[in-house]
Design a protein around this ligand. Structure first.
Ligand code: SF4
Length: 278
């Protein structure tokens, strides 16, 4: 079996492959839906995901010009959401470069990748004074360590994608990697965003790394791909019973403690948000 024609890679699918080749194979090549929850209690996890999606939607509406008073009334329906929203508004009011520059909330980019495409959707891209900043909002309960985020595929794929596919945002000129920065802003920890400036050297390294992953993925045969050696990942994977890696879903309360440098699956991305009914 091979990947479907016109398959589009994303940071999420590449992360799945890096985390566990078998998971990638089951999810994207065999497209196997498996009736299991990934985290318990499922309802609480679902509610947390819903709140995160609601927060992203509020921010997007603010950035396209919906009056903040109107959005605040929506946010006040939930204590947690109201807290995140209050933190965001305080931050947004300080962001002078947002007022001076061009804002692209929820912008999608796409670039060729081997015979496929690489796609990504950013929470916000700002362009100001020759500088391009990718913002990503995180609603995680704990602030992950910087090295965990640095190792996450999102931190590599998004700036790489902007450098490859952002010409139309820069008056027809390529965006140089040194013009790019990625910022993670944490709704629960507004004073400690994490900044990741990009560079030509990092861009080269990311290109080699991503191309290498595609070569490996194309070489997958119909045989089961290797299972992850980090069985903690299996606790939160819907395929665990299929792989004989347990039956019960991992507990939500331990999810963030279980995240380690090589098991990093933090917070929402747009692939998940799109699946959550808002
Ligand atoms: S249960 Fe574990 S080994 Fe199986 S696909 Fe999921 S992460 Fe991979």
């Amino acid at each position: 079996m091979t990947l479907p024609e016109f398959f589009q890679f994303s940071q999420g699918s590449l992360q799945d492959y890096v985390d566990c080749p078998r998971r990638f194979q089951l999810k994207y090549i065999e497209q196997l839906a498996w009736p299991a929850v990934d985290t318990e209690p499922a309802l609480e996890n679902e509610q947390f995901l819903q709140l995160g999606a609601a927060f992203h939607r509020l921010v997007q509406q603010y950035l396209i010009g919906v009056p903040s008073e109107k959005l605040t009334r929506l946010a006040e329906r939930d204590i947690q959401l109201a807290h995140w929203w209050e933190n965001f508004l305080a931050e947004a009011r300080k962001m002078d470069d947002w007022k001076a520059g061009q804002l692209y909330p929820e912008i999608s980019l796409s670039a060729p990748l081997s015979d496929f495409r690489l796609v990504g959707k950013f929470d916000l891209l700002t362009a100001n004074a020759n500088k391009f900043i990718i913002y990503d909002w995180k609603t995680s309960r704990k602030q992950p360590k910087r090295e965990w985020i640095a190792a996450n595929l999102q931190t590599r794929v998004y700036p790489y994608l902007l450098a490859c596919a952002g010409t139309h945002l820069n008056a027809g000129k390529s965006i140089e990697p040194a013009q790019i920065e990625m910022i993670y802003w944490f709704a629960n920890f507004p004073a400690t965003p994490l900044h990741f400036p990009y560079s030509e050297a990092q861009h080269q390294a990311d290109e080699e790394f991503i191309d290498g992953l595609i070569v490996e993925i194309r070489a997958l045969s119909a045989e089961p791909a290797p299972l992850t050696e980090n069985e903690k990942r299996c606790h939160y994977c819907v395929y665990r019973s299929l792989c004989n890696r347990g039956i019960a879903a991992g507990p939500l309360e331990s999810l963030e403690e279980d995240r380690t440098a090589d098991m990093f699956d933090f917070d929402l991305d747009f692939e998940q948000i799109a699946e959550i009914e808002f």
